[in-house]
Structures are given as structure tokens and as C-alpha cells.
Design a protein around this ligand. Structure first.
Ligand SMILES: *Cc1c(COP(=O)(O)O)cnc(C)c1O
Length: 361
């Protein structure tokens, strides 16, 4: 076991095997005698690598041919603006499903560009939080698209079904759950995700966009944000974050080698189930999300008091458990257990939790 186990929500831990490989080839990548960081993005080595990484992502997610895969910058936050600016066209309204912190941030940004129909879907049932299923979302027939977030990273609230709406474009912020399980891509118009949760280092953002949504942007949109420009230049309109792209490519290979997204989902579900099972049987720890909406990536929990939460975080760090403090808006603790984390590491956390409960319960 490594000395430190990183439960941070993002930037998050990366697969150990990937870090070892990056270390081994850091000074001499692909027999170039240089680090990948020092090479031109237009040189044949990097260009070839970038294409292969893109193809690996296509294979893993089973992305149909009528979608472009873009590797951009600016994180999910840039997409909060890019999405409306690229696809609103002459429409003046869009539906934004608000399930938690991040989806609300997306609405706030979109409101600069259009009328936002905010659809709040959180239910609080005696302190238990759940989300209305997509069949109950009050969609505006005139909206240009529906935006939602399948995994609210801060609250640990998730929607597992790929929503279907006839003749509606669905846009989804998959920042904290992309590659955690298979996705039916063809049900979406756009999927985007910052890399730093479940893919690679921060600095790169993946956008998967259906062809018919490209080229609808207004003339004044800065070229750098324009999907059409980025697609035409294979995401190299400006210098891309080559090292982050390289690392993401290694992660795609790692996922392929482990058996792809079905294997990932199995691995993620067993980790999450084990952790929730332990929390549920304990009188000391508590998670307030309804079973059907419990994230398999981010597991928030509390102890009986804020003082004990604070103590938990301190004690945990003495045991090599870091990044477990909850987000300030919800408090408590949060264990982010992305793809890179293995079962033994979650077991280690549970052992620590048991010990902490015994001495403080
Ligand atoms: C982290 C996160 C964001 C913000 O991502 P940036 O890359 O920092 O812009 C947005 N949405 C979700 C769901 C996130 O988890």
C-alpha cells in the first residue's frame, strides 16, 4: 500500500501504473531524447500520439462517427459559457436542470446569454436528499437544449440513467463521472468534462459534440471557444496542453487494459457499495443521499458533530488519508473514489473509520 491515499475531489489521484510509466519516460519519450513536454504539438510524434489517444477514448466510450472529440482548455467552467455560445443559435431560451452546486453554476453562466429555465430537481425528504427522475422534469418545448449534471461532485448526488427526450438536445457536464461507467453517447448532443477528476491532470477538458451542433455559433464568438474552429484544427488551433493530453492518453490505455468501462463500473460499484454499506450500518457516520441517487464517485458523510468531523480529518491525515475534508458548502467529509482508487484503498479508509468510531463514539 502507498503511504498516502488521496481522496481529493480534484485534481484527484491518478493510477499508480500511469504515474510510474510517465516517470520512466519523462526524460526520453518515444526515443526522442526529450520529454513529451518539450516537443512540438505539430511534430509527428505528438500528432500521432494525440490521434491515438483520441481513438482510444472513442473506443472506450464507443463514440459514434457523427461526434467530434475535442481536447480543449478552460475546464468545465469554460464550457458553461461555450455551450450556450455555440449552440443557442437564434434560440433565446434553454432548460437547466439544477441538481446541486455545479449545475447551478452552469445556469448562472448561461443566464448571461439566454433566458434560463431553471428546473430544480432536488427533494429533501426529512433530511434525505433525492433527485426527481427525468420523466418529471418540466421541460420548456421552446428551449434550445437541456443541460444537466449527472454527478454533483460536492453533494454526492447522481443520476444514473441517460435521459431521453424526443427531439431535444441534451448537454451534460460529466466532469466527475466520465469514464466511470458506459454512457449511451447517442442520447446526448454534447458531453463535456474537465480531466482532473477521473481522467488526467488539470488543464485539459474533453468535449464530445454531435456534428450537427457544430458551426451554429455567432460570428463574434472568439475562435478559441468555437467548436467548429477547434474541430477543423483537431483541437490544435492554439497550443494544446500537451502534457495533460499525454497523461490522459496513458489513462485511456490503462482503462482499456483493465477491461474498459464495464470493468470500471464494476470496480467503482464495489468500492462505493462497500463504503455506503459500512456508513449505513454505523450509528456514528451518516450519508444523507437516497439510495438511488448515491454517487459512486463522491461519497460525502458526517460524524455526530462538526468538532468530530474536524478531528476526523486531522487524524485521517496522520494515517496517510488526505483530501477527505468535505466541501465548505456541505461540511463533513467526502471520499472521492474515482477510477484510479482501488478496493484495498477504500478498505483502508473503512478500517480507519472503524478505529475512529471506536475511540470517539
Ligand atoms: C469540478 C467540476 C466543475 C469545475 O471544473 P473546472 O474544470 O474547474 O472548471 C464543473 N462541474 C463539475 C460537475 C465538477 O465536478
Amino acid at each position: 500500500m502507498k503511504k498516502t491515499i488521496n481522496f481529493s475531489a480534484g485534481p484527484a489521484m491518478l493510477p499508480h501504473e500511469v504515474l510510474i510509466q510517465a516517470q520512466a519516460e519523462l526524460l526520453n519519450w518515444h526515443q526522442t531524447g526529450c520529454s513529451v513536454m518539450e516537443l512540438s504539438h505539430r511534430g509527428k510524434d505528438f500528432e500521432q500520439y494525440a490521434l491515438e489517444a483520441t481513438q482510444d477514448l472513442r473506443d472506450i466510450l464507443n463514440i459514434p462517427d457523427n461526434y467530434k472529440v475535442l481536447f480543449l482548455q478552460g475546464g468545465a467552467r469554460a464550457q458553461f459559457a461555450s455551450v450556450p455560445l455555440n449552440i443557442l443559435s437564434d434560440n433565446t431560451t434553454a432548460d437547466y436542470i439544477e441538481s446541486g452546486y455545479w449545475s447551478k453554476c452552469a445556469s448562472d453562466e448561461a443566464e448571461k446569454y439566454c433566458h434560463v429555465n431553471r428546473i430544480k430537481i432536488q427533494n429533501d425528504n426529512n433530511g434525505i436528499l433525492s433527485l426527481k427522475p427525468y420523466e418529471q422534469w418540466q421541460i420548456n418545448p421552446d428551449s434550445a437544449y437541456i443541460h444537466y449534471c449527472p454527478n454533483e461532485t460536492i453533494e454526492g448526488l447522481a443520476i444514473f440513467d441517460d435521459p431521453t427526450f424526443d427531439n431535444k438536445t441534451i448537454v451534460a457536464d460529466f466532469s466527475s463521472c466520465i469514464l466511470s461507467k458506459p454512457i449511451n453517447i447517442s442520447q446526448y448532443g454534447i458531453i463535456y468534462a474537465g480531466a482532473q477528476k477521473n481522467i488526467g491532470p488539470s488543464g485539459i477538458t474533453i468535449v464530445i459534440v454531435r456534428d450537427d451542433l457544430i458551426g451554429k455559433a455567432k460570428q463574434e464568438l472568439p475562435s478559441i471557444l468555437d467548436y467548429a474552429v477547434q474541430a477543423k484544427h483537431d483541437s490544435m488551433f492554439n497550443t494544446p496542453p500537451t502534457f495533460a493530453w499525454y497523461m490522459s492518453g496513458l489513462v485511456f490505455k490503462w482503462i482499456k487494459q483493465l477491461g474498459g468501462l464495464t470493468a470500471m463500473e464494476e470496480r467503482n460499484r464495489s468500492k462505493a457499495e462497500m463504503l455506503y454499506r459500512y456508513i449505513d450500518q454505523s450509528d456514528f457516520y451518516h450519508n444523507r443521499i437516497a439510495t438511488e441517487n448515491r454517487s459512486i464517485m463522491n461519497v460525502p458523510f458526517t460524524s455526530p458533530s462538526e468538532d468530530l468531523d474536524k478531528r476526523f480529518v486531522e487524524k485521517a491525515s496522520q494515517h496517510g488519508i488526505i483530501g477527505i475534508k468535505g466541501h465548505r458548502i456541505v461540511g463533513g467529509m467526502r471520499a472521492s473514489i474515482y477510477n484510479a482508487m482501488d478496493l484495498a484503498e477504500v478498505e483502508y479508509l473503512i478500517e480507519f473509520m472503524k478505529e475512529f468510531e471506536k475511540t470517539n463514539g
